[in-house]
Design a protein around this ligand. Sequence first.
Ligand code: PEP
Ligand code: MG
Length: 598
Amino acid sequence: MTDTSTQEKVYHGIAASPGIAIGRVLLIKEHNTSFTESSDAPIKPEQVDAEVQRFNIALDKTREELLDLQRRIQKDLDTRDASIFDAHLLIVDDQMLLNEVEDMVKSQLKSADYAFYKVIGRYIAAISVMPDKYIKERAADIKDVASRVLSNLRNTNRPALDHLRQQQVVIARDLTPSDTALLDRDKVQAFAIESGSNTSHTAILARSMQIPAVVGISADVFTELHNNDEVIVDGFIGTIIANPTEKTREVYQLKAEEEGRFYIDLIRESRLRPETVDGFTVQLASNIESISDIQAAKKFGTSGVGLFRTEYMYMNSQHLPTEEEQFAAYKKLALEMNGEPVVVRTLDVGGDKLDRKVGAYAEQNPFLGLRAIRLCLHERRDIFRTQLRALLRAGKFGNLKIMFPMISCVEEVMEAHEFIHDVKEELLSEKIDFADNIDTGIMIETPAAALMADQLAQLVDFFSIGTNDLIQYTMAIDRSNERVAYLYHPSHPVILKQIKHVVEAAKRNRIWVSLCGQMASNPKYTPLLVGLGLHELSMSPISLGAVRRIIRKLRMHDAEVAVEEAIKCSTAEEALEISLNLLRKISPEVTNLALRGL
Ligand code: PEP
Ligand code: MG
């Protein structure tokens, strides 16, 4: 009989971050949340004492973890935030709850995990229906502690992905954006996860961190692969090859070398102007998630930062970043970019980026909820004020610009401007130096904003089109749900029409217009984006070289004709074919890579 576990096998998913990695697997089979029901199989009467003891050990361990977290956080945090853990500790010490669990183990002969899940589940259900919003939100706290207790009962704590001992390919059910941001770039050669799409924030981060990644991978990998199996991750086309044969390994080693040479060539071109054959310049800027991404951005030749996603500063920290911490970070960024424009986007949490510190809880429809500017203008004005103070102060040290995310009406922009005005008054009265004439702009990422572009353009200095969200909100598809990813097409004429409308409105009102969605990072769409007349494309630094090469081979007139035709198409596929036809004519080598998901 042949041993199928060592035969080569290909698993398919969605390409999320380009690159090839060959390595050994670290398999994480549990979901990130451990709040799941256990088997209700009865235990034997003689197991009861051991089961109660196991429960108490898990509670002790959870208590220790919570105290440790609290100690770490209290060092530099205001007591209100550290007190979250007081509430968590009360739950593990709630005698009534613990007695109920023990009773169920003893009288119904159920395992401690099953009994705990059932008892705590009843508490959660009861408070989730309370009319008081504050009490209702405590359900999330209870769930959080309950997940810890269940992980400790089941011994399923995940390995610390920020502290791997050796290089590995991580294959997991899911990685949240904050899990991903904490990955050790030197140790994680690549990752593949079951959830997500290529515009989820986990995928975007992988590109910035230059870690090859595949998302939406088939669940079979979790039953068929083992730790330490050899795998090849192809982040260009979205596959994992398990137990590759000698021949496959050789083919992929060659591909990886070819990829390396291609990037070296592109880096050599990094100082060339991103100018079309007929003399039109399209600025190429970078999207960054951390200040350390600037090195890559400079290496690939950036003309500034088109989008700094500041939310990771909050999500990666145990406490809310203080004004001084933020000021230091923005100042460093401004100085390092040496006068080049740096667009700093104010906090955009919510959707798939949850951070309970700032009050972004899981909502029923998180992408339609209290996200980004909505949270800042309503429930967390304190956080917004701190961020704006830090930004205005840091503006003295370079060419910083402030951008507001998720705008859906004129009133939000006016309110944000009033807020800036108040913060300036505050700084003036405190005699603190700040940049008085800092530019402000908005993300155009809701259809409402796209259609109101003319009115919005009169209020701001620049637009940046966020196609990741614009597509999600236009097509009514959750951008991180792999099951509806088949509807996610940047080349859809309905998206192209909105971009055209926004660019025309910006130009009529003489303001700068950039596009910073993932669409800008994919060379497949470069001919259309150039033809649409954007002043700037802002992208993952790794894509700057390929996009620059295409722009330098394009003729603006041909790109404009392609847009006219694409907009008249009925489907995204037809429109994409028009872009690819032009690309094939001017840059066959980039077309090949683009088709492989560069
Ligand atoms: C976008 O929506 O296109 C965008 C750039 O913002 P984010 O991906 O962070 O939502
Ligand atoms: Mg967005």
